[in-house]
Design a protein around this ligand. Structure first.
Ligand SMILES: [Fe+2]
Ligand SMILES: [Fe+2]
Length: 492
């Protein structure tokens, strides 16, 4: 069954049979943790370290309670409840999508075999690595966003930020569960490392580049949730196909939560564009910073930046690792089951664009080696949907401005474009040409300072900062004016 389109809003409806989560346990779960004392003890030892991490590197604005969604069941109707929760008391837990005892591996050399419920010895190292890399991104984004609450444009937005933060924390739990349950002592050590590495830490950074950049302001945050959380969606989508069943089921449930994160990005950028369009019309100028809005050109630059950084997260276009993961049945393609081919891809090819002698050329490459590119193409097509939607608002406002996705080779640090300079419209440039124009394409220090100058907190229920339009509706059918975040001062 197709679920609600995440690009349009609400969390997708859960599918499959009901599986209640046990909230009487210290660690809520639907994996019968109580039946495995050793694992339960290991996770209970990790829990206080997680809480310490949350307190020191999680959201830094002190709040009394936040109106948050908590998963309660992995079932068809109503998988979550909404309520006020003090954030450090959020019930992080271990939730896997329902098991399908007949599940088969659908791709690679083990195609048609029963999915694995234990880690196959021959793939242990590869699986552990995949889980660690995915797990590392989850707490990283919380660290990157920890100061943002201090400049929230409304309580509604602050609540959405914190919802994303607690769920990314839960995704860390999801990966730590897999490491501790299936990878023994090494898995337990990796679980510790996931809290020891920190975003932007000079000596001990997060594994992937995009997760060491600061989330500088709310425009950046909305771009991050649109473009970088969407990379996460596609990575989880490939792991959801994994022959290792516990990983597949874990990722399936994470995807349900992820949908809201992208909703925040899509609608956040939409609201910024709406407000910018309104101010441009009202004042008859593009120069709306003086009127408290974010200039259109700056929105495009932020978009260029976050899109290109997120493209790097897919890795090199040609990757023998990706081929090996696929053949082994560890990591599939996006919507593997819907692909109409042999799901082994041994002799198939595809086209790949790269730069040669200062020009873009296309060459034919083995599909199996180009699976990162295959996934990235799916991602780019998805990203285009938001662009269309935001441009519709500009068109409706009667303005000529249009947002565009930059060329795939623009501003890349990873893969076939890493050594080239490519303009947003796909022109290969010399270093000098690039240097002369880069300030038109990527946010300058001044642009970021300009955006920062608008980032003043608005904590009155129902009020919004002047650079962003209010949302069309509130959370869980509540009004936009609801007090989604409560502070301690309110009691005094
Ligand atoms: Fe996540
Ligand atoms: Fe996310």
């Amino acid at each position: 069954m197709t679920t609600t389109d995440d690009r349009l809003g609400a969390a997708p409806e859960p599918t499959g049979p009901v599986s209640r989560i046990d909230y009487s346990e210290r660690i809520p779960n639907n994996v019968d943790l109580a039946g495995d004392r050793k694992l339960q003890r290991a996770l209970e030892r990790w829990q206080p370290k997680f809480i310490d991490w949350w307190k020191s590197l999680g959201p830094q604005v002190p709040t009394k309670e936040v109106y948050l969604r908590t998963a309660v069941a992995i079932d068809r109707d109503g998988w979550a409840v909404y309520d006020f929760v003090p954030m450090e008391e959020y019930r992080w837990g271990i939730f896997l999508a329902e098991t399908d005892p007949d599940r088969e591996i659908t791709f690679g050399q083990h195609k048609g075999e029963k999915a694995w419920t234990e880690v196959p010895g021959e793939y242990r190292a590869e699986l552990q690595r995949l889980i660690v890399v995915q797990g590392d991104t989850e707490p990283a984004s919380v660290e990157q966003q920890r100061q943002l609450g201090a400049t929230a444009p409304s309580l509604y937005d602050m609540r959405n930020l914190f919802q994303i933060n607690v769920e990314e924390g839960r995704h860390l739990w999801a990966m730590v569960y897999l490491l501790q349950a299936f990878f023994g002592r090494e898995g337990r050590e990796e679980a510790e490392e996931l809290l020891r590495r920190n975003s932007g830490d000079y000596d001990n950074p997060r594994i992937l580049g995009a997760f060491n950049e600061d989330t500088t302001d709310w425009l950046n945050f909305f771009m991050f949730t649109y473009f970088t959380d969407r990379d996460g969606k596609y990575q989880l989508g490939t792991l959801k196909e994994s022959g290792f069943d516990p990983l597949a089921r874990t990722c399936e449930f994470m995807l349900k939560e992820e949908a809201h994160h992208m909703f925040v990005g899509t609608t956040g950028i939409q609201r910024v564009v709406d407000r910018t369009a309104e101010l441009m019309k009202e004042h008859g100028t593009d120069d709306i910073l003086q009127h408290g809005g974010i200039p259109f050109a700056i929105i495009q630059k932020y978009l260029n930046q976050q899109f290109s950084v997120s493209m790097d997260l897919f890795g090199s276009e040609l990757s023998s690792n990706a081929a090996a993961y696929y053949t082994a049945g560890l990591k599939g393609r996006w919507q593997e089951r819907r692909r109409k081919d042999d799901h082994q891809l041994q002799d198939q090819t595809r086209e790949m664009t790269k730069v040669e002698n200062g020009e873009l050329v296309t060459e034919t490459v083995p599909l199996l080696n180009a699976l990162n590119l295959d996934l990235r193409d799916e991602y780019v097509a998805d990203c285009e949907n938001g662009i269309r939607r935001w441009n519709q608002a500009l068109e409706d406002a009667g303005l000529p401005h249009r947002l565009t996705l930059p060329h795939e080779g623009f501003n890349r640090q990873v893969g076939v474009y890493a050594d080239s300079k490519v303009s947003p419209d796909g022109e290969v440039l010399t270093q000098e040409q690039w240097d002369a124009k880069v300030h038109e394409w990527l946010p300058s220090e001044q642009d970021m300072a300009d955006v920062r100058s608008l980032m003043r907190p608005v904590y009155e229920p129902g009020e919004f900062a002047g650079w962003i339009a209010p949302p069309a509706q509130g959370i869980n059918k509540l009004g936009v004016e609801f007090d989604y975040v409560r502070f301690w001062q309110e009691d005094n």
